[in-house]
Design a protein. Structure first.
Length: 101
């Protein structure tokens, strides 16, 4: 069985851990509006796996934060996640704090 998805919010950062895929994202999806209040960054370093449904949720989380007046950046983006982001041409949406300016 896949590792469960867990998260915590600390000092304006949402930390995600485990696997973010169509099998694990329901709890986060159901709490997304509350979780994204006052979020300035999303740390994905603790994610071992992200599928296309998980990537879509990351895009949606960013959109929620933007609607609340924030422009969250992503940190801890792995090479595999960078590849998935590039595959879907989302580099302008999933902005990584780890990328050189």
């Amino acid at each position: 069985m896949a590792d469960r998805l867990s998260w915590r919010v600390e000092d304006g950062t949402l930390f995600l851990q485990g696997e973010l895929d169509r099998e694990t994202l329901l709890d986060l999806w159901q709490q997304r509006e509350t979780i994204m209040r006052n979020i300035a960054a999303i740390d994905v370093a603790g994610l071992q796996r992200v599928d296309s449904a998980g990537l879509a949720l990351l895009v949606h989380l960013r959109q929620i934060a933007q609607q609340q007046g924030a422009a969250p950046v992503f940190s801890g983006v792995t090479d595999k996640l960078h590849s998935l982001i590039a595959l879907y041409n989302l580099q302008q949406i999933i902005v990584s704090a780890d990328d050189p300016a």
